[in-house]
Design a protein around this ligand. Structure first.
Ligand SMILES: [Fe+2]
Length: 296
């Protein structure tokens, strides 16, 4: 059917039309049903973009985390590997990735029109690396988690994801449980006592996008290969969530080439954070407008 300018669904009409234009309708269905989806490279971005993103990670990562000699005894990070944080400050390519149509459309579907960037980071895993414990990205929220997403993870797979390369894994349908996994549920394949039957590895080619709801249980398998695994993740959030990064250091010159979409993602129109002057009426009005369309 044709999507009209329907007033009762005005907050999602444009988003759904864009999802259809990008050929992503089946991915929306997978997100709704299973809590995650994998978008193939040909739908994720124009040819060559993922390679450029991977190159940028190599270029910027070199040396930044080099004080950590042994990633498997790395006490400084929750996840082992060489990290690059606050990437949107570091290179225009990372900013471009956050506004890239496919990932942005799917994150908008989960989070509504008020979405912002919560975190923009990459991890480079060289050699053998410990697994990542099973968790969901809706951090610091007590159960029951809301059934709607507070955050949405868009991970660019930039090297072959295989079991041996320490692929991400997902637990299908776990987004509907609206709670965090318990210690007892941690699967055996990552050193826990729970069942491995719930684990679905994300086997994917470089250039794929793995998109998942903030409630979806996930982790990473132990990396047993000698090669390198590269990934870039933008976690988006709703506008009332406190972001992991401070975007106040982004200059107008850095923001402008990526348009209004990036300015909003970088919290330029946030109404929170005022002092004695009180909140900006114009910025509050934007928030109210997003709320009035019922889809946030
Ligand atoms: Fe996570």
């Amino acid at each position: 059917m044709e999507i009209g300018a329907w007033p009762t669904s005005q907050g999602v009409n444009d988003n759904y039309r864009e999802i259809r234009r990008l050929g992503l309708e089946s991915h929306v269905a997978e997100l709704d049903t299973f809590g995650f989806t994998v978008v193939p490279p040909e739908l994720a971005a124009p040819a060559g973009f993922a390679d450029k993103l991977a190159d940028a990670i190599w270029r910027h990562t070199k040396g930044t985390d080099s004080s950590i000699a042994d990633y498997n005894s790395n006490q400084a990070r929750a996840v082992d590997g060489e990290h690059l944080f606050h990437t949107v400050k570091r290179d225009p390519l990372f900013r471009e990735a956050t506004v890239s149509p496919a990932g942005y459309a799917l994150a908008s579907y989960i989070l509504g029109s008020s979405l912002r960037i919560y975190q923009s980071s990459s991890i480079l895993k060289a050699g053998k690396i410990n697994p990542v414990f099973m968790h969901c990205d809706t951090l610091s929220v007590p159960p029951p988690l809301p059934p709607w997403g507070m955050v949405c993870n868009v991970t660019w797979v930039l090297s072959d994801y295989t079991r041996e390369n320490g692929a991400l894994f997902m637990v299908p349908g776990s987004h509907k449980l609206c709670r965090h996994p318990t210690l007892a549920e941690q699967p055996k394949c990552i050193g826990g006592q729970g069942s491995d039957d719930i684990v679905v590895p994300i086997i994917a080619k470089p250039g794929s996008l793995c998109v998942f709801h903030g409630n979806t249980w996930h982790g990473a398998l132990p990396k047993t290969s000698d090669g390198t695994r590269v990934s870039y993740a933008t976690i988006y959030c709703r506008s009332f969530v406190m972001p992991a990064e401070d975007f106040g250091d982004l200059t107008d010159e850095e923001i402008a080439p990526h348009g209004e979409r990036f300015a909003k993602l970088a919290w330029r129109d946030k109404w929170q954070g005022y002092r004695e002057e009180g909140p900006s009426s114009a910025k509050l009005a934007l928030t109210r407008a997003a709320q009035e369309n019922q889809f946030g």
